[in-house]
Design a protein around this ligand. Structure first.
Ligand SMILES: [Zn+2]
Length: 428
C-alpha cells in the first residue's frame, strides 16, 4: 500500500493512522517493523567512548527506526541512491539515507513530494532520511548566485530560472520533504580563506537562529552546522554559538573541500570536544574509508558521501588493499571476485572478468553490481568500526586497516573534491 494522494503533515497522518488502526487499518501501512509507537523526535544514546581515542558508539533513534553509530549514509541526491532499489539498500543493511534539498526543490518540487507522502512515501524508503539544506550546492555555483543578508538568489542549473533561498524558505521546503533530519541553511566558504570565513560565520549564525525559529515540524530534527574553515578560534566561536541554540544534533561543515587531510583532522580534533557530547555529530560530505577512520577517532558519529556510489559507476571498486579499477586489462580474464571473502551479492556470483565485460560493453548491470559492492564495503566497514569500539580494539583496527589500504593523501583529497563536484552535476 503506497501513501499516494493523501495530504498533510505526518503528525496529522499519524493521529489519523492510529485511529485507523483501531478501525479498518487503512491509510497507515505497517512495514517491516516500523510500528505505530515510533518516537516522534530524534534522540541519541551515547553508549561508550573509546578511552584510547575519541571514538563513540551510539544509537540514533528517529521516527523511522533506530540506527547504530558511527554510521555511513549513502547519498540519494535525487531521492534515489543511483542504481539501487530501496530493497537493495535494505538488504545491504543501510540505515540512514541522504537526499538533497537543492535538487528536489528544483525538480520535482517540494509540494509534489509532500503530496506523495513526503520523501519516505515518494521514494518508498521507510528508514531514516536526512536532507541537507541545499546551501552547499547554491554556494558552489558561485557564478550563478547573489548573496545578501536575508538569503541567496541563484539560477536553476536545469532551466536557468531565477530562484531564492532564505532560512525560512529552506525550512518550509525541508519540512515538506519530511526527512527525519533537516539541516540549517549555512554559508560554506573556502576553508582556507580567513576573511571569507569571518564574514560567512556571522551570516551562518544569523541564519541558524532563523532556521531554528522557523522550524516547527515536531517529528523532524533540525541540526546546526558548525563552520569556520580551518581556523580554531572561528570553529570554537561557531560551536559555542550553535550549542547555545540547543540543536538536537550538530554537523561539522566546510571540510573536505580543499584543505589537506592534516588540516581536516586538526579541525575535527579542535571542534568535536566543543560540541555537546550527548548530541550526535555529523561530518558532512566525507566518505573515503581512510577519512572516516580518522574522523571516527575524533568523535564523529555520522557520515555521508557520494564517493562510494559515484566511483562505482566509473568502475572503481573498494577493497581492503585500496581501489581497484575493473576496466584495467589485467582483469580481462580474471576468474576471481572483486574481493576474496567479500559476502556481497556481486562477489558471491560474478568474476572480475564478467564485471569488466559489463563496463566495457556499457551494460547498466555493471553500474548496479559495482554500486552494490562498494556500498556493502562501506557499510561492512562501519560494522567493523562499531564492533572494534565495542570491544576496545578500535585504535588497533584503524591502524591495521590503514596499513593495508593503499591510497595517497593527495589522491584521497582529489577524490573527495571530485565527489563533491559530482553532487552538483548529479542530474543524470
Ligand atoms: Zn563484494
Amino acid at each position: 500500500m503506497k501513501r499516494v494522494g493523501s495530504v498533510g503533515d505526518r503528525p496529522e497522518r499519524r493521529v489519523r493512522g492510529v485511529e485507523a488502526l483501531a478501525g479498518s487499518g487503512r491509510d497507515f501501512p505497517k512495514r517491516r517493523g516500523y510500528g505505530y509507537n515510533r518516537p516522534m523526535t530524534i534522540h541519541f544514546d551515547l553508549h561508550t567512548t573509546d578511552p584510547a581515542s575519541g571514538a563513540r558508539l551510539g544509537t540514533l533513534h528517529t521516527p523511522h527506526g533506530a540506527v547504530p553509530t558511527p554510521l555511513f549514509a549513502p547519498v540519494g541526491t535525487q531521492a534515489t541512491v543511483k542504481t539501487m532499489t530501496p530493497r537493495d539498500l535494505r538488504s545491504l543493511g543501510a540505515g540512514l539515507i541522504l537526499a538533497n534539498t537543492y535538487h528536489l526543490f528544483l525538480r520535482p518540487g517540494a509540494d509534489l513530494v509532500q503530496r506523495m507522502g513526503g520523501l519516505h512515501g515518494f521514494m518508498d524508503w521507510d528508514g531514516p532520511i536526512l536532507t541537507d539544506s541545499g546551501g552547499y550546492q547554491v554556494f558552489s555555483l558561485a557564478h550563478m548566485r547573489k548573496l545578501d543578508a536575508d538569503g541567496v538568489t541563484f539560477r536553476s542549473h536545469i532551466d536557468g530560472s531565477l530562484q531564492r533561498f532564505t532560512p525560512e524558505s529552506v525550512m518550509e521546503t525541508e519540512q515538506k520533504l519530511g526527512a527525519d533530519i533537516a539541516m540549517c541553511l549555512d554559508e560554506c566558504p573556502d576553508p582556507l580563506d580567513r576573511a571569507a570565513n569571518e564574514r560567512a560565520l556571522l551570516r551562518t549564525h544569523a541564519w541558524a537562529a532563523r532556521c531554528r525559529a522557523a522550524h516547527t515540524r515536531p517529528d523532524q530534527a533540525l541540526f546546526g552546522i558548525v563552520q569556520g574553515g580551518i581556523f580554531p578560534d572561528l570553529r570554537g566561536e561557531s560551536a559555542r554559538f550553535l550549542a547555545e541554540l540547543d540543536f538536537p544534533g550538530y554537523a561539522v561543515g566546510g571540510l573536505a573541500v580543499g584543505e589537506t587531510k592534516a588540516q581536516m583532522i586538526a579541525t575535527l580534533a579542535h571542534t568535536c570536544p566543543l560540541l555537546p557530547s550527548a548530541k550526535p555529530r555529523y561530518l558532512m560530505g566525507v566518505g573515503a574509508p581512510e577519512d572516516i577512520l580518522e574522523a571516527v577517532a575524533q568523535g564523529i558519529d555520522l557520515f555521508d558521501c557520494v564517493l562510494p556510489t559515484r566511483i562505482a559507476r566509473n568502475g572503481a571498486l573498494l577493497t581492503h588493499a585500496g581501489r581497484l579499477n575493473i576496466r584495467n586489462a589485467q582483469h580481462a580474464a580474471a576468474p576471481q571476485p572483486v574481493e576474496e571473502g567479500c559476502t556481497c551479492y556481486t562477489c558471491q556470483h560474478f568474476s572480475r572478468a564478467y564485471l569488466r565485460h559489463l563496463f566495457k560493453a556499457g551494460e547498466t548491470l555493471g553500474l548496479h553490481l559495482a554500486t552494490l559492492h562498494n556500498l556493502h564495503f562501506m557499510l561492512r566497514l562501519m560494522e567493523q568500526i562499531r564492533a572494534a569500539i565495542a570491544d576496545g580494539s578500535f585504535v588497533a583496527f584503524k591502524e591495521r586497516f590503514l596499513a593495508g589500504y593503499q591510497l595517497s593523501d593527495q589522491e584521497a583529497r582529489a577524490r573527495n573534491r571530485q565527489a563533491r563536484r559530482e553532487t552538483l552535476a548529479a542530474v543524470a
